[in-house]
Design a protein around this ligand. Structure first.
Ligand SMILES: [Zn+2]
Length: 412
């Protein structure tokens, strides 16, 4: 099946990731463009005047709209049960996270809800979230475990992700984040908890059932130390799970330096990153995944995005969608926040949510770029260029979504 998209106002030719921060602000664009898609892959793109019409094809009229690669949300906690709006209000009224936790709130609420939910319930709760993400132009999503905090409940979360893969046009990638926090049963013996979640039988099962491709750890003063985090990531590596970290979010304990040392594919958050961390990540080629919706939701300082861009780190942006610190599932809105709050340009945020987000989940050779041979995950926007897309901050502007060359949102 051949598809021709014509009458494209602006085609943003995002190259394959990872793209260093200094090169993210310039990307080629083609006006009056066309794309040909065959068997789910891009086979030609260019100026419409150079197009040789395929013999038989299905024509999609972009009506002068902008065409970009499908968006990739490379850091989410989209599988969760229960909500925490009471805590949201308390925080707005001035209560600290410690006070809220003392009153029984915080992550514990999500953990209890997760433990009492069945895998079927989790799928039911997550499906509408993923459908809305797809409507917003997100064609690939990474999802972490981390609310079960028992071996069975962590595996249940990843099994939900696996089963959701089969149900949706949206592509999913699983990450094992059992080291999200120490569960209350092990509050004084975090090492004993790590023994359980790093057990050979557990990690072998994750590998054999292909439940996750990455292992993540929350490396923070209030969660896991540098040495504990190193243990988690080095152990998981032996089972083929590539390291990721929640790093430098609240305090600076050297997590981004550890990211470099263990060769992490990405270090995420980075609100308090220092020059040493930037240098370590640059040496290792780690992607810096920034989460501006989280800081925005919490009303705290943003990560120093411009410093990382100037240091030429490949920067990606994701929602961190979760019920506690970022109940924002819209990646386009998150990109708008990155523009206005982190002073990133529309071109930089587009690269951050496509080519570099793909690199953060090892998908750079199949998605996130406009290149011959790439999977045809494409968005047609109802705006003439990508600057206008970000300028109309928060307005849904996706007219059509193609996943592997098939229309999954909108009508041709
Ligand atoms: Zn997170």
């Amino acid at each position: 099946m051949t598809i021709l998209i014509q009458n494209i106002g602006e085609l943003v030719v995002v190259p394959r990731g990872p793209i260093g921060g200094r090169s993210m602000h310039t990307v080629n664009t083609i006006t009056k463009a066309a794309i040909v898609v065959q068997d789910g892959r891009i086979t030609w793109f260019g100026q419409a005047c150079d197009l040789q019409y395929p013999d038989e094809c299905h024509i999609i009229d972009a009506r002068g709209g902008c065409v970009i690669p499908g968006l990739i949300d490379c850091h989410t906690h989209s599988v969760f049960a229960g909500t925490r709006e009471g805590e949201f209000v308390k925080r707005l009224e001035g209560k600290s996270y410690a006070q809220i936790a003392e009153e029984g709130g915080g992550i514990r609420v999500s953990v209890e809800a997760m433990r009492s939910a069945s895998c079927e319930t989790l799928i039911e709760l997550t499906l509408p979230r993923l459908r809305r993400m797809l409507q917003g132009g997100v064609t690939t999503v990474e999802i972490k475990s981390g609310y079960g905090l028992t071996v069975d409940d962590e595996l249940k979360m990843l099994q939900a992700v696996s089963q959701l893969k089969a149900l949706k046009p949206i592509e999913l990638v699983g990450t094992y984040l059992a080291a999200h926090t120490t569960p209350r049963e092990f509050v004084d013996q975090p090492e004993a908890y790590l023994d359980l979640i790093l057990d050979d039988a557990v990690l072998s099962r994750v590998r054999e059932e292909k439940l996750a491709e990455f292992c993540d750890v929350f490396c923070e003063r209030t969660a896991f130390s540098i040495e504990q985090s190193r243990r988690v990531l080095e152990t998981a590596k032996r089972y083929g799970l590539r390291p990721k970290l929640h790093a430098d979010q609240i305090t600076q304990i050297g997590a981004s330096v550890l990211a470099g040392e263990v060769g992490a594919i990405s270090a995420d958050h980075l609100e308090t990153i220092h020059d040493e961390g930037i240098a370590a990540m640059a040496r290792a080629g780690s992607v810096a995944v920034l989460l501006p919706a989280c800081s925005f939701f919490l009303g705290v300082d943003q990560a120093p995005a411009r410093r990382m861009l100037e240091a030429d780190l490949p920067v990606a942006i994701a929602t961190d969608f979760n019920p506690g610190s970022s109940m924002i599932e819209s990646l386009p809105l998150t990109l708008g926040i990155a523009c206005t709050q982190m002073k990133m340009t529309p071109t930089e945020v587009l690269v951050a949510a496509t080519a570099n987000a793909a690199a953060a989940i090892d998908r750079q050779d199949s998605v996130g770029a406009i290149e011959v041979g790439m999977q045809a995950d494409l968005l047609i926007l109802d705006v003439p260029n990508h600057h206008r897309w970000m300028y109309e901050l928060g307005r849904p502007s996706v007219r059509l979504v193609l996943k592997k060359g098939k229309i999954v949102v909108g009508e041709a």
